[in-house]
Design a protein around this ligand. Structure first.
Ligand SMILES: Nc1ncnc2c1ncn2[C@@H]1O[C@H](COP(=O)(O)OP(=O)(O)OP(=O)(O)O)[C@@H](O)[C@H]1O
Ligand SMILES: [Mg+2]
Length: 378
């Protein structure tokens, strides 16, 4: 269990961590998310006693890091995998760490086997690829068989097999009742690995809640509908309070790839039947509906005797939910016009950059845990 309370870290005038409070429970993988510069690595360093906070405290199983008698047996960490002596082999690096903590020599070979580096463990680390270096870092974190793991972007540099391996490792460690806090920018990976999320922006807490809930609360929920009478259905849905848009590629016919992006620009005004082009398969048009549940859309269609070819509730992806939730907290965002293929969702307007997070987050305070509370209209 990791407890962070009111943690605050300033570097000169820069507030890297701003009165941050959260808990990381054992028995699940907790994803630590936030845009570049949000304060994730700083928070991890503070938890590990590598930096001193100006305010607040962080404890591991109720103790500050400095109070742990055998720290490597309690908490394993991967912060900066490159922090290895280039002239030393992976085995020697692990051996030296094991000896400082009274860990048996055989544990070094165990963790080398765990990360798949047995065959190269005698070679100097300066010749290692980024993925190999990352594996050494993971071996170091696992050395003391710790109850608590802090992994800062452990997936970086790993090949697909390595990514799958670390995903399963983290899930297994959590299933054994350990506490696992992992940061990553790979949202697809986090979506399938993390049970719980802590999302921060500009050093402040934005959300702390189960991954599924984070996605479900996103405004990106929609219902994909295909019908040969799409124009008529669009009118009825709009009249009953729903919002209808054409998902990208709707005019091409057939179900669209993700269907989740609902561009306001493509909204169909009530009565604008001509705006819904027929699809290529039996003239079925595709609509993306927000503001009504799939069941309600089905009922509206049934009342009017309208045939449906498809009725699919869609959730936003974790990436979309993340972009939406952190849009006001980007520190190094690129204006949307500079990103080909990006829609406006999640991208800050140029004038939003550099403004304090509180201004755009509606003053979301650390005590508002569990609420991604996107204040933007869908
Ligand atoms: N030692 C330091 N001295 C000065 N500023 C620092 C220091 N460490 C971090 N910062 C600043 O604190 C802020 C938070 O940085 P941090 O590295 O914790 O972010 P992060 O969430 O880990 O970002 P990333 O996703 O890019 O790894 C940044 O603005 C960074 O420039
Ligand atoms: Mg970082």
């Amino acid at each position: 269990m990791i407890e962070v309370h009111n943690l605050t870290k300033r570097y000169g005038s820069k507030l890297a961590v701003d009165h941050l409070s959260f808990e990381v429970e054992p028995g699940q993988v907790t994803g630590f998310l936030g845009p570049n510069g949000a304060g994730k690595s700083t928070t991890m360093r503070l938890i590990l006693g590598l930096d001193r906070p100006q305010e607040g405290r962080a404890t591991i199983n109720g103790k500050r890091y400095a109070q742990l008698s055998q720290p490597l047996r309690t908490v394993g960490a991967l912060l900066e995998a490159r922090a290895l002596h280039p002239g030393r082999s992976a085995r020697d690096h692990l051996l030296y760490l094991a000896q400082t903590q009274g860990l048996p020599r055989r544990r070094v070979d165990e963790v080398l086997g765990l990360v798949g580096l047995q065959d190269v463990a005698g070679k100097r680390t300066k010749g290692y690829s980024p993925g190999m270096t990352q594996r050494v870092g993971i071996a170091v974190a696992m050395l003391g068989d710790p109850e608590v793991l802090l992994l800062d972007e452990p997936v970086n540099g790993l090949d697909p097999e390595g990514i799958l391996w670390i995903r399963n490792l983290m899930k297994q460690l959590a299933a054994e009742g350990r506490t696992v806090l992992v940061s990553s920018h790979l949202m697809n990976e986090m979506a399938v690995t993390a049970d719980h999320l802590i999302v921060i922006g500009r050093g402040r807490l934005i959300a702390a809640l189960p991954t599924q809930e984070f996605i479900e609360r996103s405004a990106g929920r929609s219902v994909l509908v295909r019908s040969p009478a799409a124009a008529e259905l669009a009118r009825l849905i709009t009249a009953r309070g729903g919002t209808v848009a054409m998902p990208p590629g709707a005019g091409a016919g057939g179900p669209t790839g993700n269907g989740a992006a609902v561009s306001p620009a493509a909204e169909v005004p009530a009565g604008a039947g001509a705006a819904v082009p027929p699809g290529g398969d039996g003239a079925a048009g595709t609509l993306s509906v927000t503001g009504l549940e799939a069941a309600r859309v089905g009922e509206i269609a049934a009342e009017a005797g309208i045939v449906l070819h498809e009725l699919t509730p869609r959730l936003a992806s974790l990436e979309e939910a993340f972009m939406e939730t952190t849009a006001g907290s980007l520190e190094y965002g690129v204006p949307a016009s500079g990103m080909p293929g990006q829609d406006q969702q999640g991208m800050p307007a140029p004038d939003q950059q550099g403004a304090p997070a509180a201004d755009q987050q509606g003053g979301r305070a650390p005590d508002q845990q569990g609420a991604p509370a996107p204040e933007r209209a869908p």
